[in-house]
Design a protein around this ligand. Sequence first.
Ligand SMILES: O=P(O)(O)O[C@@H]1[C@@H](OP(=O)(O)O)[C@H](OP(=O)(O)O)[C@H](O)[C@H](OP(=O)(O)O)[C@H]1OP(=O)(O)O
Ligand SMILES: Nc1ncnc2c1ncn2[C@@H]1O[C@H](COP(=O)(O)OP(=O)(O)O)[C@@H](O)[C@H]1O
Length: 303
Amino acid sequence: MLKVPEHQVAGHIASDGKLGPLVDDEGRFFKPLQGDSRGEHESNFYESFTSNKKVPDHIHRYFPVYHGTQLVEASDGSGKLPHLVLDDVVSGYSNPSVMDVKIGSRTWYPDVSEGYFKKCIKKDRETTTVSLGFRVSGFKIFDHQESSFWRAEKKLVLGYNADGARLALRKFVSSNSPADSNLTPPNCAFASEVYGGSNGILVQLLELKDWFETQTLYHFNSCSILMIYENESILMKGGDDDDVQAARAQVKLVDFAHVLDGNGVIDHNFLGGLCSFIKFIKDILLSVDKRHETETSPLENGN
Ligand SMILES: O=P(O)(O)O[C@@H]1[C@@H](OP(=O)(O)O)[C@H](OP(=O)(O)O)[C@H](O)[C@H](OP(=O)(O)O)[C@H]1OP(=O)(O)O
Ligand SMILES: Nc1ncnc2c1ncn2[C@@H]1O[C@H](COP(=O)(O)OP(=O)(O)O)[C@@H](O)[C@H]1O
């Protein structure tokens, strides 16, 4: 039985009879092939990428596993349509917090139509895409105060400036109520477990950056980084190493409808955006470290 994904945070959503992705109970994510060339383009990318021996294994793990395409009943009631069949990267999480960050200082690319270029550049300028090299596209967090999910409103997310993006990245790893962040600043209680540590988001982003510094196979236009972590474990957290592992922070790349052949050239657009994004994550970790230092130093000093 296919259903609307509970944890989708951006893109086309299958609600009110609209076309969007579906999931099954076996951990598969079905993304409808968009009617224009985008759908075919994305399936071609997955076919190429999956069999590309030049892509190292440790990089393959940052992409959803691809299981080909399949005709399934579309969410908009229009009958059977071809869908990409992917691993559902959030299945297996009980209470995942999820954020979609679109990487790059532009989402358009050479040879697109005038109309598409105008649409992209307008959005790029209105969001932090141009100024920061990335934009938050959507996120949901488990609200530990309310024991329920809190979803950022799309209109507000797309209106973020640099401070708004920074605040969202802090909120994403905080235990105090996301709804009250105007009154109480996000406490970043989970930053060390989720962004930091030997398996955390930062380490994964740096591994991706290493690859992007040399890879010239593909240009990842308009592609997103998904960040996921488990709240269930954090709720039961005792603070030892096992619990830290249990946060299961993950980075995945999604949305390959606009990927181009790299033709031997570095993907500067993605690489630049990724470096900028990494700087934001590092700054949050530094601010948390500094806070710990000031909190512990009086004790260490015997004061
Ligand atoms: O439909 P919209 O206006 O929400 O735009 C979609 C974008 O949503 P946004 O408003 O930027 O969060 C959406 O962005 P996200 O996936 O939400 O980051 C895509 O850019 C989508 O285009 P495509 O499927 O990647 O070709 C965009 O879809 P198209 O309008 O290009 O079909
Ligand atoms: N393989 C996947 N597993 C789980 N969720 C996914 C997967 N791919 C995408 N998503 C969810 O769907 C959203 C939109 O995906 P995306 O591929 O960008 O679609 P669109 O082309 O409609 O923008 C992502 O932000 C994420 O929440």
